[in-house]
Design a protein around this ligand. Structure first.
Ligand SMILES: NC(=O)c1ccc[n+]([C@@H]2O[C@H](COP(=O)([O-])OP(=O)(O)OC[C@H]3O[C@@H](n4cnc5c(N)ncnc54)[C@H](O)[C@@H]3O)[C@@H](O)[C@H]2O)c1
Length: 344
């Protein structure tokens, strides 16, 4: 089956490579000319275990190609996957300008029916907005072409992305169109040979699910960070507490590590976006507000701990490797932030 992937960043590149790996014919597009040039030269702009080999193999076997031309991408296939960034705007809401720009381009260029699959993390209601945007562009050209929109959020973890994509725990398909469901079933059939992994729901619930998942994981981290402060006061070791509760199958071990708080490209922005949605709809999200507050405070907590350890004197404190002034503490504490949380 032919698939176009628009946006060849982390998610787009992994998606394109994995879809090609299972036999689909994939054209990945990006507006970043340099990125496309690098990929065409056989290099990979990000490090992700197994990705380079997978790209090389599929390019060589003719199932994966790269372009910077939107028109080539739009005409290539019926299925158009969107995987562009959705960075936080100033008010915390997800900035949809790149998603909408892609929708406009598809509407401006397409001459036949499309199934638009959104893999970017987007606010509830974006599928409707994408549909409206494409339809408006078509109307400007006097066309009435069939357009289906699917919300198909991505759950991969950086550093584990190939494994996550190739063996997903679930595939969320959010759409109101039965035609799109049929196409998504064909697209993802190779990933659910073992058992049925597809959860088919309406597009709004699918969009919400992605934010809810990241918010839940962020909550676990802030919860453990909060408990680590108390553990320190009562001279308990949070690392033992982590193992003690993680061994409960209702709780599990993942995302229970106390430390300097969550970071990365997704959790901070997705928590912010969900809080923004709550404010917009007049629903105060008490738990999530605290999650964000604890996360911010955790950085100060960590730095203050280091200051206390060195009697407030961090002058000339450097890591063995050179210029990271706060690093010695990591070595002293057995290289584990959890130890720092509970012991220093
Ligand atoms: N990185 C992750 O771990 C991860 C995991 C799950 C979901 N997501 C979500 O997936 C989306 C993409 O994230 P990412 O990490 O791949 O971002 P990224 O910044 O790595 O990639 C986005 C790419 O889109 C390109 N782009 C922007 N506008 C374009 C346009 N009009 N046409 C074509 N290409 C365009 C950019 O040049 C860039 O290469 C985000 O919504 C993110 O929240 C990311």
């Amino acid at each position: 089956m032919k698939v176009s992937v628009i946006g060849t960043g982390y998610v787009g590149l992994v998606t394109g490579a994995c879809l090609a790996e299972v036999g689909h014919n994939v054209l990945c597009m990006d507006v970043d000319l340099k990125r496309i040039e690098i990929l065409r030269m056989g290099e990979v702009p990000i490090y992700e275990p197994h990705l380079e080999g997978m790209i090389k193999r599929n390019v060589l076997e003719g199932r994966l190609a790269f372009t910077s031309k939107t028109e080539d991408c739009v005409s290539f296939s019926k299925v158009q996957m969107i995987a562009v960034g959705t960075p936080p705007g100033e008010d915390g809401s997800a900035d949809l300008q790149y998603v909408i720009a892609v929708a406009k381009e598809i509407g401006r260029l397409t001459t036949d029916a499309k199934v638009i699959v959104n893999k970017s993390t987007v606010p509830v209601g974006t599928a409707d907005l994408v549909f409206k945007t494409v339809k408006e562009q078509l109307k400007l050209r006097g066309l009435d072409i069939e357009v289906d929109v699917v919300s198909n959020p991505e759950f991969l973890k950086e550093g584990h992305a190939i494994e996550d994509f190739m063996r997903p725990e679930r595939i969320i398909i959010g759409t109101e169109s039965q035609n799109a469901v049929k196409i998504m079933k064909r697209l993802y059939a190779p990933f659910e040979r073992n058992h049925d992994k597809m959860l088919i729901m309406d597009s709004r619930s699918a969009e919400f699910t992605k934010y809810a998942a990241n918010a839940m994981l962020a909550t676990r981290i802030s919860f453990m960070n909060e408990l680590s402060s108390l553990a320190e006061k009562v001279d308990a070791d949070i690392e033992w507490v982590r193992k003690g509760i993680g061994s409960d199958s209702r709780i599990g071990y993942q995302f229970l590590y106390p430390g300097v708080g969550y970071g990365g490209s997704c959790f901070p922005k997705d928590v912010k976006a969900l809080l923004h949605l709550g404010r917009e709809k007049g629903v105060h999200l008490e738990v999530l507000s605290s999650v964000e507050k604890i996360n911010k405070e955790q950085r100060n907590f960590f730095v203050n701990k280091i200051r206390r350890y060195f009697d407030q004197n961090l002058k000339n404190k450097k890591s063995q490797s050179g210029d990271l002034p706060l690093n010695p503490i990591l070595t002293i504490c057995g290289k584990r932030l959890v130890s720092i949380s509970s012991r220093v």
